[in-house]
Design a protein around this ligand. Sequence first.
Ligand SMILES: [Zn+2]
Length: 450
Amino acid sequence: MPAEVVEISTPPGQMGPGPSDNTMYVINPVKKGREYGMHKDDHGNPYVYLPPWNGPVHEPATPDAEGNFLHYENINDPRFHAAHTYAAIRYTLDVWEQYYGRPIEWYFKNYYPKAEVVILPEFENAQIGRGFIEIGTDVNKIDGTLSPFPLNFDVIAHEVGHGILFSEVGEPDADKETGEFLGFQESSGDVVSMIAILHFDSVIDEILESTSGNLYMANHLNRFAETSAVAQIRMASNNYKLSDFSDGWKDSHLLAQPLTGAIFDIFVDIFHEELVRLGAISTNLEQLSDLLEGTPEYEARLHGEFEAAYEMHASLFKEALLYSRDALATLLIETWSRLSPNYLRYTNFHQAMQRAEQALFNGLYRNIIDVNFKWRNIGTAIVGPQLPKEKGEDHSHSHGKAHNHSETAETATKPSTAVGRNSAEGSYRMRSHKSQPYARRYRESRGMEP
Ligand SMILES: [Zn+2]
């Protein structure tokens, strides 16, 4: 994909070396050695390692005369990595602050007013924890290829997503944390990232062009954290049901899949409804799509029809995609505001989304929501206990490729609630900040009561 210049909300004069601003500072430490979080000393006693880093740092990225960071063009330059990481974090926050209509604060603001963002190539993971975001390197388990996570928008946005959810939903009391809460966190990290990448014009165009608007085809949208064309860490479009975990679960990223799948399918269903409403596809095509969803015939039967419709109505497809993106994001923030982190189960998420939908859309998408949660057996299945991982056992993702990023950090750094990672290429152009939350804009545009 072509590079895109990214504009973020921080005014040029307010970004310093690092980059840094009044909410975070990026550093590239010299020989930090280990990541923040829980570690054991030489005697096997656990200790918590937390910011700030007080040692030496490599040369920071510095703004040009206009206050921008466009002069770093070599993607192997550590200063490019620093600038890209900073921009990815700020961009993700910009997107979500736009939906909220207010700033999102760090969940650790009472302990650390600013996040220390650490470029840590020797760390085979990415994580957010109390006072820090650390971005490492993906090591391909098969051929050993290294892919720096600082260049991976999805991974960075996923970590920011964890942070947003800890701020907006909260952290459970230690004895009230469920496996489903952990799965909800992982799922939400992916969804936060997905909505964020859908604000890059280049990504939107690429998705529509490469799929002709048939979003179930593998593409940049549902291939999270791509580190190569074939190696994706998780897929948003998946067939996992909650009942697949009735006997227990080992990996919260996998347990996240039924929830992510339900949310992705709701998103696609809203997109299809909007396409019908705009007259871009026929009701027949929408029904056929619903009918064949998840079956082998889907692609063969539908793709030609989508191609023909997209050929005629490309701009309506884009309009519908942006609408469903904003509708989903708004639905999500209203859902999250109705959730408690304690004893959380996916069925609570479903119920909260029903109430959010009622408040926002007055029943318009109620059926879509219910059908998709039901299909995932959310509300009927009971998740079994957490099972020990066998030695050397890795993530088993839905499409074969195994990575092992975040869970070391996630399980190890409980006191600082460190959590794992997730990717995109990218850059986009930030639209002018709208102060109104989308929900209000939506209701006003449709003449609904506020
Ligand atoms: Zn994660």
